[in-house]
Write a protein that binds this ligand. Structure first.
Ligand code: AMP
Length: 276
């Protein structure tokens, strides 16, 4: 397994792979790796001869400095994890390597002013800015993204269609812990009590999403969703609502929907989405 920090070296290795006719899969991450990332890695390994992962904590996508500083980081563990999961290359660039002039920022124009874009202004600008850099450096065949970050997946799908038409995006379903919650780097920041509360919350939400007749209109279901979340006294949240999984609009029937939530446990913001 190679650990590469600079772009020129990475490009040399990737060119050598391409010259040998190897297909290359790429898994962009922010490190603090877990079983959700392992699922993406496994898919890439199943589809390609070589798998590259990046572990760059992208400051530009954090709208609060504090959130960036508190984001979990554990390089040693990540190396062991990648080794165990047979990753070929870890790309671990510095901020200076990715943003030499630190100026440019792309503006996202897709799925705006809803869900995370409404509550984390500029977040997706940061996401597509870094992906624009990374995809230009890491020229590969396929890139793997999780449905855990559903709005991100939809935005990246559009962005790739427009700017990197030769790159194939592969969506990967959410890997969940036995207790039901999704694996997430941010779970590491929860106390034992907060983790248990989050598990209870998530499982009650799963039951709630199952309680609807398949023909129910999303709009109607959202009235009940609003009651559900506001009845949970003290549960801070940014959003809790059903949306059409295709358009991300509040339109159509519950059978076409996902329930999207962003809640807080202490300072930790937790997002997930559940098929209705
Ligand atoms: P992150 O390191 O949190 O930026 O995530 C990197 C990639 O892993 C993104 O495409 C995420 O959607 C995906 N991912 C994160 N958690 C999970 C999970 N539990 N199951 C599947 N994919 C995930």
């Amino acid at each position: 397994m190679l650990i590469i920090k600079d772009i020129s070296h990475l490009k040399l290795y990737l060119k050598a792979y391409r010259d040998k006719g190897h297909s290359i899969g790429y898994v962009p991450t922010m490190g603090a790796l877990h079983q959700g990332h392992a699922k993406l890695i496994k898919q890439s390994r199943d589809h390609n001869q070589k798998t590259v992962i990046s572990t760059f904590v992208n400051e530009k996508q954090f709208n609060k400095k504090e959130d960036f500083n508190n984001y979990p980081r554990n390089k040693g563990k990540d190396y062991d994890f990648c080794d165990l999961h047979n990753v070929d290359v870890i790309f671990e660039p510095s901020s200076e390597e990715i943003y030499p002039d630190n100026k440019s920022k792309l503006i996202n124009t897709y799925f705006q002013n809803i869900l995370c874009d409404q509550f984390r202004p500029g977040h997706f600008d940061g996401v597509i800015t870094v992906l624009n850099k990374l995809f230009s450096i890491i020229e590969v065949n396929k890139v793997y993204f999780g449905q855990k970050d559903f709005q991100q997946l939809k935005i990246v799908e559009k962005f790739i269609e427009e700017k990197f038409p030769n790159l194939q995006l592969v969506p990967v379903s959410t890997e969940r812990q036995e207790e039901g919650i999704a694996y997430s780097s941010r779970n590491e920041n929860l106390s034992k009590k907060q983790l248990q509360e989050f598990i209870n919350f998530h499982n009650s939400v799963v039951q709630f999403t199952k309680s609807f007749d398949r023909q129910t209109q999303i709009k109607e279901a959202n009235t009940l969703a609003k009651n559900f979340i506001t009845n949970l006294v003290d549960q801070e949240f940014d959003y809790f609502e059903f949306r059409n999984a295709n358009s991300l609009e509040i339109e159509g029937k519950i059978s076409e929907a996902r329930l999207f939530y962003a809640i807080y446990k202490g300072q930790t913001r937790l997002i997930d989405n559940i098929e209705a």
